[in-house]
Design a protein around this ligand. Structure first.
Ligand SMILES: O=C(O)[C@H]1NCC[C@@H]1O
Length: 405
């Protein structure tokens, strides 16, 4: 499937079974034992540098406790840390897929979901909970009744399908900003061309969590033109996507290798989530009544470029905007990517809908200290593209893990 052009390869069967008490344990097990399978599914010749995957995990601790309907592990191209903790664009795609599948060996709880109402005809949305590595994510899927051949009187649950003409939305895990207006001088070992030629003295940026940690930086802070929007600059050739990719590669390396920035990657309850997943470069405009939307390009994992506006990044940015006083609770904002801005469709709408306090686990602060966060709702559209079956033949050395050129 794709969400605003960003692919989600949903792995429905065949991934080896994973050992572990928790989903995060299973993620660690997958990293240690089956990384080659992840690579085979993402890399060439079956995939490409910017491929993304969602591996369905039927049995997790939250499914067992009744807090979730199914689990998922997300994956991408990074050579070492190939399993991410949250993915909004894939969540939107999964919402549709999980309603549409009738195969209970893929989604055992599919028909239980529909019990939420007996009147199938009036059913407008179905809500399900996906257990992602970052926690439980509630997904609301618009539905319709299949009107194919044959008459079904009265319509039953097997005829409920997702409605592609309306957006899927999700409520993510508590999102929060950990670093507002951080200033850093970039040491010579990490310098990139535009920073040097603009004689930059340092960079202002923010760090926020939306299921994964992102550094969010205005494009001009990286040394690129402050005067035009990113899409215009790329169209006019003022700079290129590769130059943004290169700049963020160095910037990310600097943040990851500099110990003082580790303090900003702190999660109140889960050490597994404490790493920098991506850099989001945003337009030099933002959140004024004249702006209609704000383009953000997310460079994540091993510098993959998110074609979508990055759902988890939207959660991080919406929480950040509230902390910075740019948006209020319930304010909606349109988040564009390069693709959605250029094509004029597919932008995500994000809004913080609730303020919550997460109880700290005591690792950095006194146990139970309340940690302020926001639940952000993100909506967008996903579409089916294809279905494939993968094989690995005996003796296929190149195809075993695949490769990235
Ligand atoms: O939508 C998202 O949250 C994701 N898209 C690719 C990178 C992020 O995981």
């Amino acid at each position: 499937m794709h969400t605003a052009g960003e692919p989600t390869r949903i792995i429905i069967k065949g991934f080896p079974s994973l050992v572990g008490k928790t989903l995060l344990d299973k993620r660690t097990y997958a990293k240690l034992h089956y990384d080659s399978v992840r690579k085979r599914l993402m890399n060439e010749p079956r995939g490409h540098f910017d491929m993304y995957g969602a591996i369905l995990i039927q049995d997790t601790e939250l499914v067992q406790s009744g807090e979730a309907d199914i689990g998922v592990l997300f994956c991408h191209n990074a050579p070492l840390e190939g399993f991410s903790t949250m993915c909004g664009h894939a969540t939107i795609a999964l919402g549709r897929f999980l309603i549409d599948t009738r195969d209970t060996s893929i989604f055992p709880r599919r028909f239980l979901l529909m019990d939420q109402t007996s009147d199938v005809v009036d059913l407008d949305h179905v809500t399900l909970t996906i257990h992602a590595p970052c926690g439980a994510v509630s997904v609301s899927v618009p539905v319709t009744i299949f009107k194919g051949s044959g008459s079904h009187e009265p319509p039953d649950k097997s005829l409920i399908m997702s409605d592609p003409s309306r957006p899927v939305s999700f409520l993510s895990v508590p999102s929060f900003a950990t670093g507002i207006d951080i200033f850093a001088e970039i040491p010579s070992a990490y310098l990139w061309k535009e920073y040097t030629s603009a004689s930059m003295k340092g960079i202002h940026f923010d760090i926020a969590f939306g299921g994964a940690f992102y550094a969010i930086v205005n494009v001009d802070q990286l040394g690129f033109s402050p005067d035009i929007s990113i899409t215009k600059a790329l169209q006019q050739g003022s700079y290129t996507l590769s130059s943004l990719k290169e700049a963020t590669r160095y910037f990310k390396k600097f943040l990851v290798e500099t110990s003082e920035f580790r303090n900003y990657l702190r999660h109140p309850t889960s050490p597994d989530l404490e790493y920098l997943y991506g850099i989001i470069v945003v337009d030099p405009i933002g959140y004024t009544s004249n702006d209609q939307s704000n383009v953000g390009i997310c460079f994540f994992a091993d510098q993959q470029v998110d074609r979508s506006p990055c759902g988890s990044g939207v959660c991080a940015r919406a929480a950040l905007a509230i902390s910075k006083g740019k948006l209020a609770l319930h304010d909606s904002w349109t988040y564009d990517s390069l693709v959605t801005k250029t094509k004029g469709e597919g932008a995500f709408i994000g809004r913080a809908v609730e303020e919550v306090k997460v109880r700290h686990d005591g690792r950095y602060l006194e146990k139970d200290t309340p940690w302020e966060a926001y639940i952000v709702e993100v909506s967008g559209y996903a579409y089916y593209t294809d279905a494939s079956t993968f094989v690995l033949e005996e003796g296929d050395g190149i195809g075993r893990e695949g490769f990235i050129l």
